[in-house]
Design a protein around this ligand. Structure first.
Ligand SMILES: CNc1ncnc2c1ncn2[C@@H]1O[C@H](COP(=O)(O)OP(=O)(O)OP(=O)(O)O)[C@@H](O)[C@H]1O
Length: 204
């Protein structure tokens, strides 16, 4: 923790939303690799992709990947969204996430984007299977999908138990159209990543 009480790497204009693992130290890192993640909201529905292979396989997530040399994060986000879901959208910057994984000296820096409209038809690709989830009953405090609450007939609620463990802390904030920033450090147990320490804040 720095003097401001925020994890290293965070801006100072943040208000705490959630934190955990306070007894553990933040993992040091020397390098940063840039990624994107994009979420589409349409009426009271959220589009997620089930990752079929690679990093984060078998989890639902937004659409995204590495920022390639010469690209801005916004350009990479639009390209990855198209490649992985087949759609275009007027993406806006929604937040920044820093992730560390045990045994890796570099940090993921993920620029997160959202859009409230899109063109095209979400289409399954080699990497992702898109699907819509209900946002009804979803509050800023998060929604426990074990309750299975959904008032959009036929649509499941956000599948937090099949997403990265950090998502429940910031995704409701994104859905509300608010900006956020945060960090989570993960340990590896077998082929599973366990979130050990985290801090998420709202941008004021
Ligand atoms: C640790 N906690 C995390 N929580 C939520 N999301 C996370 C994440 N860590 C990584 N992500 C996302 O996972 C995707 C990986 O991208 P990934 O598929 O590896 O990149 P890319 O498509 O460029 O790869 P290849 O072309 O297959 O090499 C990318 O959207 C990135 O934002």
């Amino acid at each position: 923790m720095g003097a401001t009480g925020l994890p290293p790497g965070m801006d100072s204009n943040l208000t705490e939303l959630a934190k955990g693992g306070c007894e553990i130290d933040w993992q040091p890192y020397t390098q940063t690799r840039f990624y994107t993640n994009a979420f589409i909201i349409s009426d009271d529905k959220l589009l997620l992709g089930f990752k079929k292979r690679g990093f984060g396989a078998n989890l639902y997530n937004g659409f995204g990947g590495k920022v390639e040399p010469g690209e801005t994060p916004a350009q990479a986000a639009a390209r990855e969204l198209k490649e992985e879901s087949g759609i275009d959208a007027p993406l806006e910057h929604a937040g920044v996430l820093i992730f560390l994984t045990e045994g890796t000296e570099w940090a993921f820096h993920i620029d997160v984007f959202s859009a409230r409209s899109y063109t095209g038809e979400p289409t399954e690709t080699d990497e992702m299977r898109p699907g819509w989830f209900s946002l009804s009953e979803n509050s800023i405090n998060g929604n426990d999908d074990r309750l299975g609450v959904s008032s959009s007939p036929g649509l499941p609620s956000i599948p937090y138990s099949k997403m990265w463990a950090d998502d429940i802390y910031w995704l409701p904030h994104l859905v509300e159209g608010k900006k956020f920033m945060g960090r989570a450090d993960f340990a590896k147990e077998g082929d599973k990543f366990i979130m050990r320490k985290f801090w998420f804040g709202a941008v004021c």
